[in-house]
Design a protein around this ligand. Structure first.
Ligand code: UDP
Ligand code: MG
Length: 318
């Protein structure tokens, strides 16, 4: 096997503080891997600017001028992390043999790339980066992130535990993945669906080197909802199950009401009636909301809008 050409894919959104620190680290890693003969010398670091509002794109353009190993593409506007990674993967798939996607904030240990590439050379087509510990995360982030994976699993969305979006994917897998046309993206749940031989490599997660997280609780919840609704219909089944349960309880309640009425023991019963009405209407609204979430997804899918729009490429500039 010839040495594979690697593209390191790095989504960047308002990362002007951290990019100047981490970009040379990625390049050093790339060159190190090439020196060790694991990847070919024409490998690249591909930045995907996700419609940043600060100087991120200027920094990327400058880097591209400094060293030919740096290249960058820019999305026409901010579309979110998942779409940025997808744009990078799709851009890279015909240009390289393997891709490694990684965040640009230095939280994911770049030294895990050695093991990832080695696993590829041993025949794996997908290598998941898995966090071995979360000691550097705040207690809150750790707890919510763990809750996130547990909840996803409970709701029938199988994902690799503690794996985010740090992974190696071969272009072979990307060619097949390109046929997954859905607009609702949840990459970490979708890549396993493509199949092929895979393995995981563990690494410890560090703190962000600079700048701030773009994943506050609100976005994490949104990502979890997206993950569940794009991978599984279990919530709909749970609703049905719950509906059956409530129906049975109601039936018993109705029997009880009729019997007590016939026996002439009708109670004032205002409190119990109110409670039941409140409870059932609350449950119904939640169920409608869940169903609405799926209908919303169908609506977005039927539009078939493009999942990313690339407005600029560093190698196409003047
Ligand atoms: N990111 C992006 N678009 C966004 C939000 C984030 O491309 O709309 C990128 C960001 O630049 C970083 C990665 O996604 O490289 C992960 O974001 P962040 O580090 O803020 O999330 P956390 O690690 O705290 O979960
Ligand atoms: Mg981060």
């Amino acid at each position: 096997m010839t040495t594979p050409r690697l593209f390191i894919i790095i989504p960047c959104y308002n990362e002007q503080d951290v990019l100047p620190i981490t970009a040379p680290m990625f390049l050093e890693k790339l060159k190190g891997l090439a020196r060790d003969g694991k990847i070919s010398a024409d490998s690249r670091v591909l930045f995907v600017n996700d419609g940043s509002k600060d100087k991120t794109w200027e920094i990327i353009s400058d880097l591209a001028k400094q060293d030919e190993h740096y290249i960058g593409i820019s999305q026409s506007r901010n579309r979110g992390h998942q779409n940025a990674v997808l744009a990078g993967l799709m851009e890279a798939k015909d240009k390289c043999d393997i891709t490694i996607s990684i965040d640009c904030d230095g939280q994911d240990d770049i030294n895990a790339m050695d093991a990832m590439v080695e696993a590829y050379l041993d025949g794996c087509q997908v290598v998941y980066g898995v966090r071995s510990s979360r000691e550097t995360d705040t207690f809150f982030k750790r707890a919510t992130a763990q809750g996130f994976y547990k909840f996803l699993a409970m709701m029938g969305a199988e994902v690799v535990y503690n794996h985010a979006d740090y992974r190696l994917i071969s272009s072979r897998v990307l060619q097949e993945f390109a046929n997954f046309k859905e607009v609702n993206l949840f990459l970490r749940g979708m890549i396993p669906l493509v199949g092929f031989k895979s393995t995981s490599v563990s690494y410890s997660r560090a703190e962000r080197l600079a700048g701030e997280s773009h994943y506050p609780l609100k976005k994490m919840i949104a990502l979890a909802v997206d993950g569940i609704t794009s991978l599984s219909v279990k919530p709909l089944r749970l609703i049905t199950g719950f509906g059956v349960f409530v129906a049975i309880v109601s039936f018993i309640g109705v029997l009880w009401a009729i019997i007590t009425a016939l026996l002439g023991k009708t109670v004032a019963g205002w409190a119990s009636t109110t409670c039941i009405v409140c409870f059932v209407s609350g449950v119904q609204l939640i169920c409608l909301g869940i169903i609405g979430e799926y209908i919303g997804k169908i609506y977005m899918e039927t539009k078939q809008r493009p999942r990313y729009i690339i407005s600029q490429r560093t190698w196409e500039q003047d």
